[in-house]
Design a protein around this ligand. Structure first.
Ligand code: LRH
Ligand code: MN
Ligand code: MN
Length: 424
C-alpha cells in the first residue's frame, strides 16, 4: 500500500493554526536562531529501522501474530517506506543476514530508492544454526575453541560484507551470542583471543570506506558469561582491529543502573563510538518502545551525544538504529512512537544552554547545573518536531494519521491476517 501525499496534507491542514500557536509559544522561551538550528537538525536526523522488527516479536513463551505482517523483504521495506513517509525520520533499513537475504539486489535497491530509504549497517548472525550449515554455533562462533566453527562464522561475516557492498551499505555490525552458561565452561582468555583473531580476519576484508561496529551485551542467551560483555571489552577489540572498528552501544545491553551517558561520553572522547541501538527497558534487554520507561535517562544520553557531536571531531558520524521488539503493539505504531521519543530527547538535548552549563560547572553551582538540564528536559519540544516534519512533507501527527488512514486495515486486506515476518 502507498499513502498519497494529498492524504497527509489534508490532515495536516486541519492542524495549521494550532501548530502556529504552539510554535509561537516556544518562541517565548528560546531564541529564533536556536529554534531554527534545532528544527534543521531534527529534519536531518535519520534512524534506521531493522528488517527484523516489522512483525510481531514474541517471547520464548509465545508469539501473538499481528495481521498484515510483511511476508518478505520487499514488504518490509514498504513498511519502512510508510513510516518514513509519515515521520520523515526513518530513511534507512538495517538488514539481518540470513533473515533477510535480498534475492534480487537490483530490484530491492530500486524499491528502497523510490521510497527514499538507504541501507545502513548490515548485521551478521552467528547465533543461530542455519539449515544445512556444516558447523554448529552451540559452543560459540567467532570465539569457539573449534576452528571449523570459527572459520564458518568468519566466512559468514565476509559474505554479509559482500552483500552489503552490493546494496550500498557502509558498515557491518557484529553481535555475538557467544558465552558460557556455567563457570569453568571455557577459559576467559582463550575465547577472548579467538574473538580478537576472528574479528581481525573479518576486519581485513572490510572495504576502506566501511566500519566494523562491535556490539556488547552482559548476559543472554548465556547467563554466566558473555565473551563481549561490556563496552570495555568491545573498545579493546575495536582498538585491536584498527581505526575502522568502533563500539556499538545498545541501550538494553547494560546491567541495571549503569551510567550509559558516561559510557557515551568516554567513547566519543576516544573517537570510538560507532553506533547506537535504541530501545527501553525496565529489567534487562527488554527491547521496549524507546522512551517508554526512562525518558529522562534517554535525554541525559542524548545530552552527551549532542555534546560529543559538537565537540569531538575525532568521533565519526553514528549509525542510529531502533532495536526493539513488538509483542503486543502494532509494530508500525510502536516504531512511530520510538521515533518520536528519540527526536524528543534529541531536541531537548539540542536546547540545553551549553554556555550557561559550562559556567555553572566552573562555579560548581550544582543546583544551577541541574536546573539548566531540567529546563530543557521539561520543555514540550513537540512543536519543533512537527515543524521539521511538516517542512519535509511528513505528517503533523504520524500516529494519528496512520490510524485515520487505517493503514493496518489495508495491510491486512492486502497481505492477509496470517503472514509471519522473519526475525526474533
Ligand atoms: C542482541 C541484539 C543484537 C541483534 C539483535 C537482533 O540482543 O540487540 O543487536 O543483532 O538483538
Ligand atoms: Mn542490538
Ligand atoms: Mn539486544
Amino acid at each position: 500500500m502507498r499513502i498519497q501525499q494529498e492524504q497527509i496534507d489534508a490532515l495536516n491542514r486541519q492542524q495549521d493554526s494550532f501548530h502556529r500557536q504552539q510554535l509561537d509559544g516556544l518562541r517565548t522561551l528560546y531564541e529564533e536562531k536556536r529554534m531554527a538550528q534545532t528544527i534543521q537538525k531534527l529534519a536531518d536526523f535519520q534512524v534506521a529501522l531493522p528488517s527484523w522488527a516489522l512483525g510481531a516479536g514474541g517471547t520464548r513463551f509465545g508469539r501473538f501474530s499481528y495481521g498484515g505482517e510483511p511476508g518478505n523483504l520487499e514488504q518490509k521495506i514498504e513498511d519502512i517506506g510508510l513510516i518514513h513517509q509519515l515521520t520523515r525520520t526513518a530513511g534507512a533499513v538495517s538488514l539481518h543476514i540470513p533473515w533477510d537475504i535480498p534475492e534480487d539486489v537490483a530490484a530491492i535497491r530500486q524499491l528502497a530508492d523510490e521510497l527514499g530509504i538507504s541501507f545502513d549497517a548490515m548485521n551478521s548472525n552467528t547465533f543461530q544454526d542455519q539449515a544445512g550449515a556444516g558447523e554448529s554455533y552451540r559452543n560459540g562462533s567467532l570465539s569457539s575453541v573449534h576452528r571449523a566453527a570459527r572459520e564458518q562464522a568468519i566466512a559468514h561475516n565476509i559474505e554479509v560484507i559482500r552483500i552489503g557492498e552490493q546494496l550500498g551499505s557502509k558498515s557491518l555490525t557484529v553481535w555475538l551470542a557467544d558465552g558460557a552458561s556455567f563457570p569453568g565452561q571455557y577459559n576467559f582468555q582463550t575465547v577472548l583471543q579467538h574473538t580478537e583473531d576472528s574479528l581481525k580476519h573479518i576486519y581485513s576484508e572490510l572495504p576502506d570506506d566501511w566500519k566494523l561496529l562491535i556490539e556488547y551485551k552482559p548476559y543472554e542467551p548465556h547467563f554466566y558469561s558473555t565473551v563481549i560483555q561490556d563496552w570495555g571489552t568491545s573498545f579493546a577489540l575495536a582498538n585491536a582491529c584498527g581505526e575502522k572498528a568502533f563500539t556499538l552501544v545498545d541501550l538494553g545491553h547494560h546491567l541495571p543502573n549503569t551510567n550509559i551517558e558516561q559510557i557515551v561520553a568516554t567513547l566519543m572522547k576516544k573517537g570510538k563510538l560507532g553506533g547506537f541501538h535504541f530501545n527501553d527497558s525496565k529489567y534487562g534487554d527488554d527491547d521496549l518502545t524507546v522512551g517508554a520507561i526512562k525518558p529522562y535517562n534517554l535525554f541525559l544520553i542524548f545530552n552527551e551525544l549532542v555534546y560529543g557531536m559538537e565537540n569531538n571531531p575525532q568521533n565519526p558520524d553514528l549509525a542510529w538504529m531502533i532495536d526493539a521488539s513488538h509483542n503486543i503493539k502494532d509494530p508500525l505504531e510502536d516504531l512511530i512512537q520510538s521515533l518520536e521519543a528519540i527526536l524528543i530527547a534529541y531536541a531537548q538535548a539540542l536546547l540545553v544552554d551549553r554556555n550557561a552549563l559550562f559556567t555553572a560547572q566552573q562555579e560548581s553551582d550544582v543546583v544551577r547545573c541541574q536546573e539548566i538540564l531540567q529546563h530543557a528536559y521539561r520543555t514540550d519540544v513537540r512543536p519543533l518536531l512537527r515543524e521539521a516534519r511538516l517542512r519535509a512533507g511528513g505528517a503533523f501527527d504520524p500516529l494519528e494519521t496512520y490510524r485515520s488512514l487505517e493503514v493496518r486495515k489495508q495491510l491486512v486486506k492486502e497481505r492477509g491476517s496470517s503472514t509471519r515476518a522473519t526475525g526474533l
